[in-house]
Design a protein around this ligand. Sequence first.
Ligand code: AMP
Length: 233
Amino acid sequence: MAGRCHVILIGPQGSGKGTQAARIAAPLGLVHVATGDLFRQLMTRDDDLAREVRSYYDRGELVPDDVTLRVLLSRLDELERAMPNYRGALLDGYPRNRSQAEALDRVLQDRGDTIAAVVHLAVPRAVLIERLSGRLICPQCGATYHRVFAPPRVEGLCDQCGAALVQRTDDTPEAIARRLDTYEQQTAPLLEYYRQRGLVLDIDGNQPIDEVTQAILSALEPVLGDPARCRSS
Ligand code: AMP
């Protein structure tokens, strides 16, 4: 199939990108691709690349652009082989700075792919800190929970696969503050980059989870169904 039609999710850490991506990807025919998840998977290995990634990840710093692009491209190539008919990726956590956005433009152009839309999830900083400091994740299947706002049915265990839940190694107060600062300085300016191209859909992420999902689906469905925006539709 010629020309994938990708959607980018942009929002600060804790804005609900992962939660929403897991809900909207399948109904929209997209595949959720989260660079953070790809790194967490990679860090379960015991080799030089895993150690290099961990040294940035645990401090809440960005992994170098060249490493990140390589990891992303290898996932996109894998999808081409495994799912020849997929519509496009729902990119979560990439791009995170201007040079990544420019690299993505080049790579997509080479492949004949397009960016159909950029979904911007906006949430105030105080709410983000509250969400991130109570977050729990399943190391086995990637499901996320919150000690207070979205607890698992059995304390400490994943509802979906039963594994013991853990706190992310970068959800410490210092790393949370650093990641939110990096978002403000390097990622938020990308919204202007994409706004100039008319791609940004602004969504209020400070609402109940179901309402956010509904808002994203209502905003995206017409875009993905528009052949002018999405050639593969
Ligand atoms: P996330 O799960 O999206 O919050 O990402 C967790 C961590 O993975 C980040 O703090 C970075 O260390 C790394 N990471 C994820 N995506 C990127 C990216 N696009 N560029 C550089 N580092 C990234």
